[in-house]
Design a protein around this ligand. Sequence first.
Ligand SMILES: Nc1ncnc2c1ncn2[C@@H]1O[C@H](COP(=O)(O)OP(=O)(O)OP(=O)(O)O)[C@@H](O)[C@H]1O
Ligand SMILES: [Mg+2]
Length: 284
Amino acid sequence: MISIKNLGFRYEGGERNALSEINIDIAEGDFLGIIGSSGAGKSTLMYAVNGVIPHHFPGDFYGEVRINGLDTVDSPLEALAREAGSVFQDIDGQMVASVVEDELLFGLENFGIPKEEIEGRLEGALAAAGISGLRYREISSLSGGQKQKVAIAAITALRPPVIVLDEPTGELDPQSSRKIFEYLKELNEKHGITIIVVEQKIMLLCEFVKRLAVMDSGSLIRLGAVGEVLQAPEVLEKAGVNIPRVTTLGNRLKEKGLYSGDLPHDLPCAEAMMRKVLSEAGHA
Ligand SMILES: Nc1ncnc2c1ncn2[C@@H]1O[C@H](COP(=O)(O)OP(=O)(O)OP(=O)(O)O)[C@@H](O)[C@H]1O
Ligand SMILES: [Mg+2]
């Protein structure tokens, strides 16, 4: 459904390519997490998926990005926005209304959602983002984290086929971050929405996403199932990416010859690893 072929991009005046030779196919219903150090090209890749590149940022664009068959270079942004809704890293630049409720209504009306469905979608999205109490608040009076939740609610209320989120929990506490990921998971599983999310909180990402893409200096250096990508922690460390503590623990046990299985990427896998280590040591 999303196909990225030999994608390269250099911002106008940029010294080097922000993206080089990126190839990714993203099937309908995928939940893809993207990690990489600062400047690796994560936001640029998100802009290429939703068409902001090349429509808004001038530069040299190579290769091809198609979303549901639409070529992002030839298709107008309005058409692309129907296929992929975006939550940008720069939240302030994204808001169009001054009151929270209007921010959601703007999208719902523009998308032509039937009138009788609008209230339900609006209430549902506010509740899922944990901001029902902010419905009538001025957006300018909100904290960064509250604005992030408004942006997420405004896009998820539209239920486009694809949702692209660039560090959506950057300003949120751990509990709110988890709640947002649980909501994304529900949208992915119940409504079949394809989710692409850039996220620094690696443990959270590894717990929720199906696949992980790792970027370094504008290149895609790894792409695969979460467990698979984490089997090479040294590659991630070299790319400046934090790895989950449970993976580090597994790696240490491996180095000491105490464990020989797959490295864990979440708590259930870590528990299974510890059971194995303990039973082999004769403690269980
Ligand atoms: N508008 C721009 N004009 C010129 N160069 C840019 C522009 N935006 C980003 N770049 C450059 O492109 C490269 C990739 O930047 P990008 O913002 O995509 O990285 P990122 O992985 O999202 O980083 P972060 O984790 O800090 O958000 C960097 O070298 C950056 O300096
Ligand atoms: Mg970024």
